[in-house]
Design a protein around this ligand. Structure first.
Ligand code: GTP
Ligand code: MG
Length: 196
């Protein structure tokens, strides 16, 4: 899959009904501004594959990217941003729940959390929804380049405790330095190789 990253194409932006592409799918979720689009761009080695925005919480659609003939990345709309009104949050929940319960090709949900911030309620809810539906999840801690070494170890340990994660999570990631890129690709490829 990774060797086809240069052949990535944008499939489209879908507010409700998603096309069936017949390829293993990996979804990326996380609160607005967590660095989701930057992470996707870093993985795909492209500047503008996924749009990096400064005005969060607008897109309430799922963006699909096809990685050559090998897989699909789904960029899920960001959540939990304070400026988003309640009815938008409810719409978000409905969309994500619908997606998780019906997307047969889904192999892994990558949940991005900002390494510097307190975990969001929605992060926990999403993790719980994954456990309930038997879909593998992987927590990635973004923007680790902004933390000093001590602080970083402390923050990663706090996230591991908070979400009761196994020892190898959260995976530290930075789209500025490229840290975590190889490790994330390995996890993605491993998850996509498995049958559900
Ligand atoms: P929405 O789509 O609006 O929900 O945001 P997003 O989660 O896609 O975040 P995006 O990639 O647009 O990044 C948000 C801001 O954080 C931008 O200003 C990025 O440049 C910055 N950013 C993202 N990742 C990193 C990182 O690893 N390190 C640093 N220092 N900044 C980052
Ligand atoms: Mg984005």
């Amino acid at each position: 899959m990774r060797n086809q990253a240069a052949r990535t194409t944008f499939v489209g932006s879908f507010p409700d009904v998603l096309p069936q592409l017949g390829l293993p799918e990996v979804a990326f979720a996380g609160r607005s501004n967590v660095g989701k689009s930057s992470c996707l761009n870093k993985l795909l080695n492209r500047k503008g594959a996924a749009r990096v925005s400064s005005r969060p919480g607008r897109t309430q659609a799922i963006n699909l990217f096809r990685i050559g003939e090998s897989g699909v990345f789904a960029d899920l709309p960001g959540y939990g941003y304070a400026k988003v009104p309640a009815h938008v949050q409810d719409a978000w929940k409905g969309m994500i729940e619908g997606y998780l319960s019906s997307r047969e090709a889904l192999r892994l949900v990558v949940i991005l959390v900002d390494a510097r911030r307190e975990p969001q309620e929605m992060d926990g809810m999403l993790l719980y929804a994954l456990v309930e539906s038997g879909i593998p999840g992987l927590v990635v801690a973004t923007k680790v380049d902004k933390l000093k070494r001590n602080e970083r170890a402390r923050r990663l340990a706090a996230l591991r405790r908070e979400f009761r994660l196994p020892a190898e999570q959260p995976l530290p990631f930075s789209s500025v330095t490229g840290e975590g890129r190889d490790a994330l690709w390995s996890r993605i490829e491993r998850a996509c190789a498995r049958q559900r």
